[in-house]
Ligand binder design. Structure first.
Ligand code: NAP
Length: 239
């Protein structure tokens, strides 16, 4: 489908939803449009899983020509461009950047992300990110990200699974690896759960955005190796 036709379809869907008095739905059968800000180890692995699951992915870089090989690998459901293009494209946005980039990402892209579901994997790490780490870990990174991206419907996700497991252990047997989620928006959490499942992992909603601090790196719930049943048992112990 061309971009124009897709836009027309989206407009018609929104108009129909408005007529019926409902908010736009993300039906289980729909292919979702996902914009990826930060196509590194984590963003790249998720682009592969989501494209394989039938979603449309827009990977981005400040040097988008470097993503051509990935786009070729992913096929017709993928395209590449600048971060601003990915933020405009996606109904869902993945933000997966070094935490020190978050103020710039917020300053440049928050308006384009306002009202959208934003999955945030970004961890504040002192040796890489410097002073912002203390600020973000003090608030909890979910709450901190919400300050940088006002208006976005943020879900903390995929922040405590090692990149190698994310890339190589989708649909692990005998039990899939649990991905803890936290967010304040019920529909955003629903969509995040679907995308985690589509990527080959088991979503576990820990609670509102504020509880994401319990799975910031170094905290007791920061585990990327447990099954959903094991992770739920750990939540019961810790919270
Ligand atoms: N690696 C892990 O095991 C792991 C696990 C869980 C969570 N995380 C967290 O998830 C985030 C991403 O990790 P990663 O390992 O995927 O990192 P990565 O491989 O270094 O990729 C980060 C990407 O962020 C982009 N970026 C950097 N500054 C940017 C800016 N100002 N604006 C837009 N894009 C920018 C870079 O894209 P360009 O340079 O191409 O523009 C780069 O491709 C980090 O916060 C990390 O702590 C990592």
């Amino acid at each position: 489908m061309t971009t124009t036709l897709r836009r027309l379809a989206t407009i018609l869907t929104l108009a129909l939803a408005a007529l019926l008095g409902a908010s736009p739905s993300y039906a289980q059968s729909d292919s979702l449009r996902i914009g990826i800000i930060g196509t590194g180890n984590i963003g790249g692995a998720l682009a592969r899983h989501w494209a394989n699951a039938g979603h449309e992915v827009f990977v981005s870089s400040r040097h988008p020509e470097e993503l051509q090989a990935l786009v070729d690998e992913l096929g017709p459901r993928a395209q590449a461009g600048l971060p601003a293009d990915a933020a405009a494209f996606g109904d869902i946005i993945l933000v997966s950047v070094p935490y020190s980039a978050m103020p710039q990402v917020g300053a440049e892209l928050a308006p384009a992300m306002a009202g959208k579901v934003v999955l945030d994997t970004s961890n504040p790490v002192a040796r890489r990110d410097g002073a912002i780490t203390e600020f973000a870990l003090g608030l909890g990174s979910g709450v901190a990200t919400a300050q940088f991206l006002p208006g976005a419907r943020i879900v903390r996700a995929y922040n405590c699974i090692p990149a190698a497991s994310l890339a190589g252990q989708a649909n692990r047997q005998p039990a899939r690896i649990a991905i803890p989620l936290a967010g304040d928006d019920a529909e955003a959490l629903e969509i995040a759960q679907r995308l985690v499942s589509d990527s080959g992992f088991d979503p576990v909603v820990v609670g509102p955005l504020e509880v994401a601090r319990h799975f910031d790196l170094g905290q007791p719930l920061a585990r990327g190796d447990l099954s959903a049943a094991e992770y739920r048992a750990l939540i019961d112990e810790v919270l």
